[in-house]
Design a protein around this ligand. Structure first.
Ligand SMILES: [Zn+2]
Length: 239
């Protein structure tokens, strides 16, 4: 099965004027690492399905900040029982539905940042039976015309070449720089239709591209091939 990543390429004067200020109710802080000397956090490993309202001391996760690694490590341990199996939880990881303000006109498929996938609710039925994405309604204020659904996509696969870069033994940060689109290739993708090979990269299968062909075109979103096996449509069973 082949895989693609989605990119918004809005034309000048596009009718899709939608914009937002995004947040989530809870997040892990960023980290100041004394091993590699870098302060960092954020960037895509977010879990909108996770509800921390039942976690004692959940207010510890409501204020964005940067903390030393030992403090981060304790905060991280406390949320691990609440995250889905297979989740990677790093500095700046967000939990809960998207909040904030939205305004303007939104396309059927909206790619944000570009590692957040948002769909208009009426598009969701087209993904029925596909795997690897859990829909979570956003909770934007004043959301008329912006009733968007976010897809939670778990880590899966890897970017070819990333394994050559050794991560910091304390915080796990790596100096790997993602190749530009066109050169970027993914490997070891599990047999699902949506996966996240790195924090800032979401990929989807050719089945998704087929199902959403009309919506992607209408949304001015392009699908960029990032590799995988031969196309399923080209490898049908003989007979
Ligand atoms: Zn480090």
């Amino acid at each position: 099965m082949r895989y693609y990543t989605l990119r918004e390429e809005l034309s000048a004067g596009s009718r899709w004027t939608g914009g937002y200020d995004l947040g989530r109710q809870w997040q892990l802080p960023g980290v100041e690492c004394s091993t590699c000397g870098v302060a960092w956090g954020g960037g895509g490993y977010d879990y909108p399905t996770v509800d921390l309202s039942g976690l004692a001391g959940s207010e510890d996760y409501e204020r964005p900040r940067c903390v030393p690694w030992p403090e981060f490590s304790v905060l991280r341990e406390r949320v691990l029982p609440w995250v889905p199996p297979g989740a990677l939880v790093g500095p700046g990881a967000g939990f809960g539905p998207l909040t904030g303000r939205a305004r303007g006109r939104f396309a059927p498929v909206v790619i944000h940042m570009p590692w957040i996938l948002l769909l208009r609710p009426e598009v969701m039925s087209r993904l029925e039976g596909l795997t690897g994405a859990v829909p979570v309604p956003t909770r934007f204020k004043r959301a008329r015309g912006a009733e968007l659904v976010e897809l939670e996509v778990l880590p899966g696969g890897r970017i070819a070449g990333a394994e050559a870069h050794k991560p910091c033994e304390t915080c796990g940060r790596t100096t790997f720089v993602r190749p530009p689109l066109g050169k970027l290739r993914v490997a070891d993708v599990p047999p699902v239709d949506f996966a996240r090979p790195s924090a800032s990269l979401v990929i989807c299968s050719e089945r998704v591209i087929d199902r959403l062909a009309r919506e992607l075109s209408e949304s001015e979103v392009v699908a960029v091939d990032v590799g995988g096996g031969p196309s399923e449509s080209a490898t049908g069973q003989p007979g």
